[in-house]
Design a protein around this ligand. Structure first.
Ligand code: PLP
Length: 397
């Protein structure tokens, strides 16, 4: 499959060439186990510590040892929430939002079955968190609040500084899923005042299968995995050394490229978005335009199916993502768009384009060039669109 235009960077990113170079020695000659007594293995431990420093710098952590390497963002999210619950055994309430990633929501559903009380904070039609509900929900029984920094589907950024301050004053542990923020916007765990923060390497140009959890010094939690002494017993298992070294290099690069995201990438995203919105009167933006990560746009096309748009785009060598998930034979709009109350007619036709620093002007030109044909062809065969009158038909569900 020869994809020429990759606009699905919120799903995963390409490994940066410098990251691959940094990893190569650890996939070839430097394969020793960092826990070994001999120098061949033991010397690798220093490279892990260097990577830990780079990751700590990316998120503004005070101490390197506040970084625990894990396998994925999913694992870090689970470790944060389950680790806090394992410590606060007498507290049975968890607060999260309705639009979290399944890494958090599926866990919360499981906890609910086990008798935990879960508050799912709603969002408004632009994807903004209802802070009133969140603040009201906090009580003495709350073990942890887990809220994402930026949403993976819309890119909308939540007011995590305000949440952090509010929870700090009440002594409630705060976990932030920053998987979609790392490498796109500056992160500072001391500004947020969070206790725990998740990042995942493959979203910022290191390989898949490496993540990290920031654990503020003094945070009360227990491990959820049991085994050796790696990561100071907080996350046992022989280290993924190439992944860790790669993530360290990617973190270094991400810091230096942050201004490019605020500038060039954001401008490119806006050009793509404005171009699409200007082309079609049946297209609208999903999410708050002003409070978003700079690489993401989510556009809803009324009367046509997102999956069909994706297939046509795929045929043109363009990789993007849709806001719907095909489940059990029915096309269900995503839980994020549903929580935002996006109307049926556009939720089904929602497409997410997510850029990276490797996205070029010509990529956006290509999308804008092929979009009219794609959308017009799909409108012509849409049962919800009257091609003669050029308007939507009433929909009966
Ligand atoms: N959290 C968010 C917001 C995500 O977007 C993702 C992945 O898409 C994850 C968690 C899970 O990360 P990983 O793929 O590393 O398990």
């Amino acid at each position: 499959m020869n994809t020429t235009v990759y606009l699905d960077n919120n799903a995963t990113t390409m490994v940066a060439p410098e990251v691959l170079d940094a990893m190569m020695p650890f996939l070839t000659e430097r394969y020793g186990n960092p826990s070994s007594m001999h120098g061949f293995g033991g010397s690798v431990a220093k490279d892990i510590e260097r990577a830990r420093q780079s990751v700590a710098r990316l998120i503004g952590a005070d101490h390197d040892y506040e970084i625990v390497f894990t396998a994925t963002g999913t694992e870090s999210d689970n470790m944060a929430i389950q680790g806090a619950l394992a410590y606060y055994r007498d507290r049975r309430h968890v607060i999260t939002s309705r639009v979290e990633h399944p890494a958090v929501l599926s866990l919360c559903k499981k906890l609910e079955k086990e008798g935990y009380r879960i508050t799912y904070v709603p969002v408004d039609h632009e994807g903004n968190l209802d802070m009133g509900v969140l603040k009201e929900a906090v009580d003495d029984d709350t073990a942890i609040v887990s809220i994402m920094y930026a949403n993976n589907e819309t890119g909308v950024i939540f007011p995590i500084d305000e949440i952090g301050l509010f929870l700090k004053e009440r002594g409630i542990p705060f976990h932030v899923d920053a998987v979609q923020a790392a490498g796109k916007v500056p992160i500072d765990v001391n500004r947020i005042q969070c206790d725990l923060l998740t990042i995942s390497g493959h979203k910022f140009h290191s390989p898949k299968g490496i993540g990290a959890l920031y654990v503020r010094r003094g945070t009360r939690m227990r491990p959820i995995l049991f085994g050796g002494h790696q990561e100071k017993g907080r996350r046992p298992g022989t280290e993924n050394v190439p992944g860790i070294v790669g993530m360290g290099k990617a973190a270094e690069l991400a810091l230096t490229h942050l201004p490019e995201y605020a500038g060039r990438v954001s401008a490119l995203r806006d050009r793509l978005e404005n171009g699409i919105l200007a082309l079609f009167k049946n297209a609208g933006l999903n999410g708050n335009r002003d409070r978003r990560v700079p690489n993401t746009t989510n556009v809803g096309f009324e009367y046509i199916e997102g999956e069909a748009i994706l297939l046509y785009l795929d045929g043109q060598g363009i990789a993007a993502s849709s806001g719907s998930a095909c489940s059990s034979g029915t096309l269900e709009p995503s839980h994020v768009l549903r929580a935002m109350g996006v109307p049926f007619t556009s939720a089904h036709g929602s497409i997410r384009f997510s850029l990276s620093r490797f996205t070029a002007e010509r990529d956006v030109d290509h999308v804008l060039a092929v979009m009219p044909d794609v959308v017009n062809r799909l409108l012509d065969i849409s049962p919800y669109w009257d091609s003669e009158k050029k308007e939507g038909r009433p929909i009966t569900l």
